[in-house]
Design a protein around this ligand. Structure first.
Ligand code: SF4
Ligand code: SF4
Length: 616
């Protein structure tokens, strides 16, 4: 083993030892705090093809940053140049050192400071490979990323970001040192090259950049000044590395390492849930605080709220300074989640942050919710309007007409109220109370022997599909039910040349990926306009039950901005398929607003002569 040493390597060495000590301690602690069955699953899956999938995802996302590339090429290049460039500097540097010393085992600092310890050799070929040339190329690659990062701090819009993250003091320290590392390396290698290689650079060989700069610097300031500079600049480089490594576990840069175990765990089917688990630690620390989740958030673009977005929620949770005001100020619309390049389960993390307070809630505004059977009618089809739909008599009346025209006998679960799907309780963090209500409803549905459960509320639909054990009962949104009835010739509607804008409700669209049926249904009676802000990019109506912090003026501002977007192409009606969205838009839209059921009910052409069983 080679024993070259100089005291300036100490700050770097301390930083590396500290960093890996902290990382190892944290990962072991978090892993062993995972539920036993998850750890068992990890042990089983590690020897499956999922390990290859996870490794490939690490290359794509942690090194190449493809998701960021897809959002903005310059931003993608910036992230990639740091990750890939630095990784390659380490790998190629290690290979170069080992090849030159003909010894694989050497101190970890040696390849980092190779140019200092072996200046005369640094532009030679080793084993026929021009390492020095490649190292200069890689340094330019990383430096171009540093230049873009500095540029982004002042002109973020040029890199596709209207808003950037507000940094903590720790982040600022780490960021400043990170920006210093590579210029310091360039300076150190340049000085040493200028001082110790006073010979012309052999053609097309070696450190073309550091050698040429070194020569230039020597000619400018002279050998004495270079000599006086040499040790301070290598100290500077080592200190910058050491400080960055010590600051890393306490800054946003912890994501560099944490994203890797997160990707592996995710690929093994281990993810955050509605209740807090140790997996949350991996997800929270895998957030790079890139700020990409800020621009899609309508709380900032329409309501001027700038400190509750997912990036800040995760930051505050990570440093144990989370307040209810941040936790609860989120529409849970999922727009940020669809853009997050790390693919974090942002909605689960927001939800389990609320669940974590379960039992502490003194004023639960949904405490009055409980189940009672006040249902009416009977039939194999059950209709669960949902609390929000009950506030929209137009939707209720339209569904009554549609059921009648389709010839279905329907059991009305909640025309007189009495039941709630449980989602409001869950959103407020009262998971146990929500589960009790859900169990009650399951028994209610089974008691009335329904085979199909139709609801007009996407919030209820999502809960029924994701949280209820409704074996033997098919759950449909009213858009799906009506479309089936039309396709089975049980219901006939007449077309029109009315132009409509269709708004995808968050829970129905991003939540359940039901995009096709409402459009197909609507196109039978109207001309449906196309928008960039549709499907997974749809805007939130601002009236979400999930946000208990918003004032009505802020809700209205969000709804008004969104309605303006949907009205911009001259639609005659803004159609949605959620009672909550209808309510929000109705108060703020420049054009009339209707629920899908109302549009269809108004275009019913005929009633079937012979009622048939559902599913015909
Ligand atoms: S949550 Fe995702 S998008 Fe937002 S800052 Fe973190 S990594 Fe970036
Ligand atoms: S879920 Fe919606 S409201 Fe909440 S932080 Fe994300 S984008 Fe903003």
């Amino acid at each position: 083993m080679n024993t070259h040493f100089d005291s300036f390597v100490i700050p770097f060495s301390i930083g590396v030892a500290f960093l890996f000590g902290v990382i190892l301690y944290r990962y072991i602690k978090w892993f062993f705090a995972l539920p036993l069955n998850w750890r068992y699953r990890f042990g089983k899956k590690i020897f499956s093809y999922r390990t290859i999938t996870a490794a490939w995802e690490c290359v794509q996302e942690s090194i190449l940053h493809l998701s960021v590339w897809r959002r903005n090429a310059v931003l993608g290049y910036m992230h990639m140049s740091f990750a890939l460039g630095w990784l390659m500097l380490i790998v190629v540097g290690k290979l170069e050192t080992s090849a030159y010393l003909k010894d694989l085992i050497n101190p970890p600092y040696l390849h980092v400071f190779f140019r200092f310890f072996y200046p005369q050799e640094s532009f030679r070929f080793h084993h026929g490979f021009n390492y020095a040339f490649l190292m200069d190329i890689l340094l330019i690659f990383v430096l171009s990323g540093v230049a873009l990062a500095v540029f982004k701090r002042f002109r973020s819009k040029a890199l596709g970001m209207k808003k950037t993250t507000k940094h903590t003091t720790g982040d600022r320290v780490a960021l400043s040192v990170l920006w210093l590392i590579f210029p310091a390396r360039l300076l150190a290698e340049t000085v040493t090259c200028g001082l110790k290689q006073p010979v012309p650079l052999p053609t097309a060989l070696g450190n073309f950049m550091t050698h040429s700069l070194g020569e230039g610097l020597r000619n400018w300031v002279g050998t004495d000044v270079l000599s006086a500079m040499e040790m301070p600049v290598w100290w500077l480089y080592s200190i910058a590395l050491g400080v960055f490594f010590v600051a890393m576990p306490f800054s946003r840069y912890m994501h560099i390492f944490t994203e890797i175990p997160y990707i592996f765990l995710k690929n093994y089917g281990i993810r955050s849930t509605d209740e807090p688990t140790s997996m949350d630690n991996f997800e929270i620390q895998a957030c790079s605080r890139c700020g990409i989740c800020i621009d899609p958030c309508q709380l900032q673009s329409s309501a001027g709220i700038n400190d509750v977005q997912s990036v800040y929620y995760l930051r505050d949770r990570r440093y144990n300074m989370l307040t209810d005001a941040v936790t609860d100020n989120c529409l849970m619309c999922g727009r940020c989640e669809t853009k997050c390049p790390v693919h974090l389960d942002l909605m689960k993390l927001r939800q389990n942050g609320r669940t974590a307070r379960e039992g502490e809630l003194v004023h639960n505004r949904y405490a009055y919710l409980h189940g009672s059977d006040r249902s009416e009618g009977q039939g194999r089809v059950g209709y669960f309007a949902g609390c929000m739909t009950l506030l929209q008599p137009g939707v209720i009346e339209s569904m009554r007409k549609i059921f009648e025209a389709a010839g279905d006998d329907v059991w009305w679960a909640d025309r007189e109220g009495g039941v709630c799907c449980g989602r409001p309780l869950k959103l407020s963090g009262e998971l146990k109370a929500a589960r009790r209500l859900m169990d009650y409803n399951v028994q209610l549905f089974k008691k009335h022997k329904i085979r199909t459960l139709v609801t007009s509320c996407p919030i209820c639909l999502r809960v029924f599909k994701e949280e209820y054990d409704l074996e033997g009962i098919e759950v449909l949104h009213h858009s799906q039910y009506i479309l089936r009835r039309i396709e089975a010739a049980r219901l006939t509607v007449t077309g029109s040349d009315i132009e409509v804008a269709y708004h995808d409700p968050c829970e129905l669209g991003r939540g359940l990926k039901i995009y096709k049926e409402p459009r197909k249904l609507l196109s039978k009676v109207a001309f449906v306009q196309k928008f960039r802000e549709s499907k997974r990019n749809a805007l939130c109506c601002g009236g979400s039950l999930a946000d208990t912090e918003l004032h009505s003026a802020q809700e209205n501002a969000i709804a008004a901005d969104a309605a303006q977007v949907y009205a911009a192409k001259g639609a005659q009606v803004l159609v949605t398929s959620c009672p909550q969205c209808k309510d929000s838009f109705k108060r703020n839209s420049p054009i009339p607003v209707a629920d899908l059921a109302e549009v269809i009910a108004a275009r019913i052409a005929s009633k079937p002569k012979i009622p048939q069983e559902f599913g015909a």
